[in-house]
Design a protein around this ligand. Structure first.
Ligand SMILES: Cc1cc2nc3c(=O)[nH]c(=O)nc-3n(C[C@H](O)[C@H](O)[C@H](O)COP(=O)(O)OP(=O)(O)OC[C@H]3O[C@@H](n4cnc5c(N)ncnc54)[C@H](O)[C@@H]3O)c2cc1C
Length: 380
């Protein structure tokens, strides 16, 4: 698919592929088994400058576009979809929230530290009442003199080594009500990180509940104008982050395809190479078609984004369709491994599990398809 991308983007993708093979692939099984990313791997990502790839140069990053950033994430996802998923939150979603609505001081204070990997950020929206419907959210920011107080609880926050949290909350001052975002440092009095839960897939990300009891939020940690109820920043940040999430599902399917291709060429069944069995080659062809279709949609969408088109519908379409299709691919591929695919020792069932988890994280498929349906029907 080199016809989609520039020479510079191809060079960056190739460098990421070398990095993924050398540094990520050898740790992928351990990341899945131990349910955390080894800090030495994050240090190597920082050395490459990948944490700051999508952050503008003015704030300490490399200023790459979304297409380049997704090419890097696809290569890393081929080796470890779980680690790539964590990176997409740190590299795209969190910086974008600040870039979209943060003020100059906040960008200068936080983005260089994220770009260098010194202090990574997490994004926290989901609550026990659900992720998408913010009208039901209970986490509240209330005015207290010249500052604010934050109270509430969140679920499923993907944290990795993050120490700075971007927390979505309802807001109240006098009779004004709104919804917005505040910056909360993990060291703040009243901040609690609960033990993370073991999970089926996307295991390298220590995802878990966090809670806030009467945390003092000073005005410099309020992102944007909380009280206008203006949620444009969700659209700006979410569109790119849905693409960043979708590309890790695409990389997941490609990584499993590559491993399966090598396997069916090597294995002989009933005295002949397994890939000569027509159900096997037919399925490989079908999966490859789907991979090419996912790539075409994904990179067309990132290019439109890079050209300035803001389209949440396209972001939701990519997130829903690519995550579903990548899982279908991994499901089909797993079948070709027979019993060996179920065993951990072959290292392929983690792709299947990661692809499954990605259908729910960053909004379940149905949430996205209901957004799409409402737009198509003209109901919003
Ligand atoms: C591994 C992982 C990492 C995550 N990381 C983060 C994170 O870093 N930050 C964060 O804020 N959240 C995070 N999440 C939360 C994630 O965004 C939510 O799990 C997801 O959006 C679904 O919300 P829910 O779990 O509350 O399910 P529910 O809202 O209870 O939904 C259950 C089911 O109902 C259906 N449904 C839900 N909404 C709709 C709708 N609008 N229309 C039609 N059907 C619907 C879907 O089938 C859905 O699966 C993560 C989740 C996972 C699994």
């Amino acid at each position: 698919m080199s016809h989609f991308i520039t020479e510079d983007q191809a060079a960056l993708r190739d460098a990421a592929a070398v990095f993924a093979r050398k540094e990520v692939e050898p740790l992928a099984a351990r990341i899945d088994r131990e349910e955390r990313t080894p800090p030495e791997l994050s240090a190597k990502v920082a050395e490459q400058g990948f944490f700051g790839l999508f952050i503008p140069e003015a704030y300490g990053g490399l200023g790459a576009d979304l297409t380049s950033t997704c090419l890097v994430l696809e290569e890393i996802a081929k080796a470890s979809p779980s680690f790539a998923g964590l990176l997409s939150v740190e590299m795209i979603l969190c910086p974008l929230v600040l870039l979209a609505v943060g003020n100059e001081e906040q960008k200068r204070r936080l983005l260089p530290k994220t770009a260098s990997g010194e202090r990574l950020m997490a994004y926290s929206q989901t609550e026990p009442s659900g992720a998408g419907n913010i009208e039901f959210h209970q986490t509240r920011l209330t005015a207290d003199g010249n500052a604010f107080r934050l109270n509430g609880a969140k679920l499923f926050c993907t944290q990795g080594e993050a120490r700075t949290y971007l927390v979505m909350c309802r807001t109240e001052r006098d009779s004004q009500k709104g919804y917005g975002c505040v910056i909360v440092e993990q060291e703040a009095a009243g901040f609690e990180v609960a033990p993370y839960e073991h999970k089926l897939g996307w295991r390298g990300t220590n995802t878990g509940p966090i809670a806030f009891t009467d945390i003092v939020i000073t005005p410099e940690n309020v992102v944007g104008d909380l009280l206008t109820g203006n949620q444009d920043f969700f659209m700006i940040a979410n569109q790119a982050s849905f693409l960043g999430h979708a590309v890790t599902s695409l990389g997941c399917a490609v990584g499993m395809f590559d491993k399966t291709l090598a396997y069916v060429k090597e294995r002989s069944l009933y005295g002949e190479p397994m890939h000569r069995l027509s159900p096997v080659s037919d399925r490989l062809g079908t999966v490859w078609n789907k991979i090419e279709a996912m790539r075409a949609l994904l990179y067309t969408s990132t290019r439109l984004y890079d050209d300035g088109r803001r389209d949440l519908l396209l972001g939701s379409t990519c997130k829903a369709w690519i995550c579903e299709t990548a899982f279908e691919c991994c499901n089909t591929l797993l079948q070709m491994w027979g019993g060996s695919g179920i065993m951990d020792s072959t290292g392929v069932n983690r792709y299947f599990r990661d692809a499954r988890a990605k259908m729910i994280a960053e909004g379940a498929t149905e949430m996205h398809t209901s957004i799409i349906a409402k737009q198509v029907l003209g109901l919003v």
